[in-house]
Design a protein around this ligand. Structure first.
Ligand SMILES: *[C@@H]1O[C@H](CO)[C@@H](O)[C@H](O)[C@H]1NC(C)=O
Ligand SMILES: *[C@@H]1O[C@H](CO)[C@@H](O)[C@H](O)[C@H]1NC(C)=O
Ligand SMILES: *[C@@H]1O[C@H](CO)[C@@H](O)[C@H](O)[C@H]1NC(C)=O
Ligand SMILES: *[C@@H]1O[C@H](CO)[C@@H](O)[C@H](O)[C@H]1NC(C)=O
Ligand SMILES: *[C@@H]1O[C@H](CO)[C@@H](O)[C@H](O)[C@H]1NC(C)=O
Ligand SMILES: *[C@@H]1O[C@H](CO)[C@@H](O)[C@H](O)[C@H]1NC(C)=O
Ligand SMILES: *[C@@H]1O[C@H](CO)[C@@H](O)[C@H](O)[C@H]1NC(C)=O
Ligand SMILES: *[C@@H]1O[C@H](CO)[C@@H](O)[C@H](O)[C@H]1NC(C)=O
Ligand SMILES: *[C@@H]1O[C@H](CO)[C@@H](O)[C@H](O)[C@H]1NC(C)=O
Ligand SMILES: *[C@@H]1O[C@H](CO)[C@@H](O)[C@H](O)[C@H]1NC(C)=O
Ligand SMILES: CC(=O)N[C@H]1CO[C@H](CO)[C@@H](O)[C@@H]1O
Length: 673
């Protein structure tokens, strides 16, 4: 089997005046593009070859589930969808959205593995992966933070010229999360990434100690990142502080309001933080309601300080498996929860509690973001979180959030001890021979980016298609006020020749007096895999990131965009949707050109062409990978000591008891991400 060559890019050796790059083409030492290595993505070979020490790490687990049975009764597999052509004729459309709706949340402790060792050694697969999204969306939003941001400290220097040190243990922290020291090199790393791919950043200001604020990260980031910095999160899940022992047991919304005010005042008095009004809060996990925080006067008091109101939510948790000794009871069998993800209700139910708060945010002129999310906290469910089903779940969930007026969502990336990562580098000691592992959920970011496009005017409508059957959701996307694209989904896996459906769509000519606007043909891109349980063989318009350990960050294969002719006398187009699968239907060539990376010259706001977008890096300027240099622990996981078999909760018994008294559900939701 050919292996992709992995290189770390030496930015120092490159011109500092590179254009914003949309694709970084890396050649291996034989002068052969590494793309050929990432090719077919059968996955079968790598799965059987995967050593057991690798499959014991959640990110590379070998659990393959059984697709659920077909629904009984079956939904119709031949149904019509009639859509309006003009947004004005549709009631209940979501607000205008940008193609970068889905971004990523990178746990701060895995920055070295995922983003780069330092500002001059950037992980090329990371650049390439982000470029696949930036190509389609115009830009990508990435948050660096998580539990680790709360106690992280920017220091002048670290031993051995390290960028991040996480050897200290925070004895008070029950999340097994290491305490981080980092240098400004980390911010330079992010700046250097942004000079190659259009990435915009969210960072977190530590909030563990309001008597000793550490605003250095904000000071450094504003001067180093400039416009590439979007906002600073202040407080990560403050509604869990008491449960986690980070604040007194009676810590409540008023205390949080007061703590937040201390940070706002300090920023206002810090001349080294020139930007105002770019804070993200309250980032609740759900133990407190948003309304209970708003009731303290939070929005009115801090309106000039906040740009984004935020929540963080996962639909389930796998804490019982991640922390077997912590009293969470019997581990969940992933097979049992798999069907929960394979329904249109999944995303809807997850965001339902937040819908009443969104108009409040809109009235205050604030964005409303799902700042950290994924399939299940405490590491995800092996076989679920890394299945094609998770990609379908995320496409539906993302579009549902866009329809429901969220303004963005960030998919979380942990270490090798979680199974839900959009992408995971190989373990350090095999990084010269193995490529990255791209999770099926990564493809959902491409689908969302292309569905929403680059004009910032896309409005999403849930079509409640097929009598609102939960297995066959469909969405319409209006752009500049007119229907541009549709997304047709199928959660079923074909069994006994059953499961696939054909939607007969017609545009305009509805009851509002619209004229027929059904095109004579449509273009369709499919997201496909043989079953919802598939882990490796996933294709987007016939292109793939490959199976486990096969990816250098680029899609390989020949793009295949289907053309479907419509019936111009009946004014209908018949769109087949395999089981399982997603069809992205482009209703016009303009609707396709606006989002299709094969036609990047049509980007409305950039002058760059496809060829100018491709940076070819000569092998002579590439250093070899991080090789054997890193200590396994410091490069292996989100949570200190948790990537191996001895998973224990590092909390003193008393803290743990206090947590459990408050309810396992709330604690479980955020115990470890
Ligand atoms: C799956 O991985 C485990 C170790 O985690 C190993 O014992 C088992 O043989 C593997 N199964 C397959 C089918 O590769
Ligand atoms: C960056 O990291 C690489 C790989 O660990 C190392 O060889 C190099 O010396 C580092 N550069 C700086 C400036 O620290
Ligand atoms: C906050 O975190 C810093 C850095 O880890 C630590 O030195 C400090 O003691 C912590 N403060 C509190 C109140 O826990
Ligand atoms: C620095 O590097 C040396 C040599 O590799 C090693 O022995 C030492 O433990 C390192 N120190 C720290 C603090 O990592
Ligand atoms: C929080 O606790 C303080 C002190 O007991 C109390 O005065 C305040 O009303 C409480 N706030 C809320 C929102 O319950
Ligand atoms: C989203 O916002 C628009 C404009 O304010 C509104 O018409 C629509 O009903 C909202 N959608 C939902 C699901 O609340
Ligand atoms: C890499 O490390 C793992 C354990 O951390 C070990 O089992 C494996 O044999 C090592 N592989 C190589 C190629 O060194
Ligand atoms: C879309 O919004 C982004 C972020 O605000 C902006 O950079 C970009 O120029 C906008 N694109 C268009 C076509 O207005
Ligand atoms: C990969 O999946 C596609 C369907 O999505 C199927 O046609 C193809 O045969 C599969 N390839 C392998 C090697 O399993
Ligand atoms: C799909 O990609 C494969 C691999 O590149 C290629 O052999 C095949 O021709 C492509 N299929 C279509 C229909 O383009
Ligand atoms: C473009 C850019 O931000 N370059 C930075 C890369 O990182 C080094 C530090 O190692 C900075 O000196 C450069 O300014």
């Amino acid at each position: 089997m050919l292996k992709p060559s992995l290189f770390l890019l030496s930015l120092a050796a490159l011109s500092t005046h590179l254009p914003h790059a949309s694709a970084v083409t890396v050649y291996n030492q034989d002068g052969v593009t590494a793309v050929s290595a990432a090719a077919t993505g059968t996955g079968a070979a790598s799965a059987t070859a995967t050593a057991s020490w690798l499959s014991s790490l959640a990110a590379y687990n070998n659990v393959t589930l059984t697709p659920p049975a077909l629904p009984n009764p079956m939904p119709s597999t031949a149904f019509s969808i009639s859509v309006m052509n003009s947004a004005q004729d549709v009631s209940g459309l979501g607000i205008q959205q940008a193609g970068d709706f889905f971004g990523f949340s990178v746990e701060m402790s895995v920055v070295e593995q995922v983003i780069g060792k330092n500002a001059t050694y950037v992980q090329v697969p990371f650049l390439n992966l982000l470029a696949t999204v930036a190509d389609r969306a115009g830009r990508v939003r990435v948050r660096v933070g998580g539990n680790t941001q709360e106690t992280a400290t920017l220091v002048g220097s670290l031993p051995n010229n390290s960028m991040i040190a996480k050897d200290k243990t925070d004895a008070t922290n029950p999340t097994d999360t290491p305490v981080l020291d980092f240098t400004a090199e980390m911010i330079y790393l992010l700046a250097n990434v942004s000079s190659l791919v259009n990435v915009k950043w969210y960072l977190g200001i530590p909030f563990n100690d309001t008597t000793n604020l550490r605003l250095q990260i904000a000071e450094a980031a504003e001067s180093i990142l400039g416009d590439n910095l979007l906002a600073f999160q202040v407080g990560n899940e403050p509604d869990l502080y008491a449960a986690h022992g980070h604040r007194p047991q009676d810590y409540n919304q008023t205390d949080y309001f007061n703590d937040f005010g201390i940070v706002v005042n300090a920023i206002n008095n810090d001349a080294s933080i020139p930007t105002r009004g770019n804070l993200v809060a309250p980032s609740l996990q759900g133990t407190w309601t948003l309304q209970s925080v708003f009731d303290t006067g939070f929005i009115t008091s801090y309106s000039s300080a906040i740009s984004i109101l935020s929540v963080e939510q996962y639909p389930d948790n796998n804490c019982a498996a991640a922390f077997p000794d912590a009293g969470f009871g019997a581990p969940v069998n992933p097979q049992d929860v798999f069907p929960n993800y394979l329904t249109h209700l999944a995303g809807k139910n997850l965001i339902a509690p937040y819908l009443p708060s969104i108009p409040t945010a809109q009235q205050a002129g604030k964005q409303f973001m799902m700042f950290e999310t994924n399939t299940a906290s405490c590491g995800g469910f092996p076989g679920v979180s890394d299945s094609f089903g998770s990609a379908l779940w995320a496409v539906d969930y993302g579009l549902q959030m866009a329809y429901s007026n969220f303004t963005g969502a960030l998919l979380h990336i942990g270490g090798q001890d979680v199974s839900y990562n959009p992408f995971t580098p190989p373990p350090t000691n095999i990084s010269t021979t193995h490529g990255w592992t791209v999770g099926p959920i990564m493809y959902s970011t491409l689908v969302l980016a292309e569905a929403l496009g680059t004009t910032n005017t896309s409005q999403v409508m849930d079509l409640f298609a097929n009598n609102n059957a939960n297995s066959t959701p469909a969405y319409a996307i209006y752009e500049n006020g007119a229907l541009a694209r549709m997304v047709l989904m199928n959660y079923m896996t074909e069994q006994g020749g059953q499961g696939a459906y054909t939607a007969t769509i017609s545009v305009g000519g509805g009851q509002t007096g619209e004229a027929n606007a059904t095109p004579s043909q449509v273009k369709v891109k499919y997201l496909l895999a043989p079953s919802v349980a598939e882990k490796d063989n996933v294709t987007w318009a016939n292109q793939t990131f490959g199976g486990r350990f096969e990816c250098d960050g680029r899609l390989s294969g020949t793009e295949d965009i289907q053309t479907i002719s419509c019936d111009t006398s009946a004014n209908t187009c018949q769109i087949p949707v395999p089981a399982p699968g997603v069809a992205l239907v482009f209703l016009s060539s303009a609707a396709q050109g606006a989002t299709d990376p094969t036609q990047t010259q049509t980007y409305a706001t950039t002058a760059v062409t496809k060829s100018a977008n491709t940076v070819s890096i000569n092998p002579s300027v590439l250093a070899t990978s991080n090789g054997q240099s890193g200590k396994d622990r410091s490069l292996s996981s989100t949570s200190q000591g948790s990537s191996d078999a001895r998973r224990t909760v590092g909390a003193p018994g008393a803290t743990l008891l206090a947590m459990l008294v408050l309810g396992a559900w709330a604690v479980a939701g955020a115990l470890r991400r």
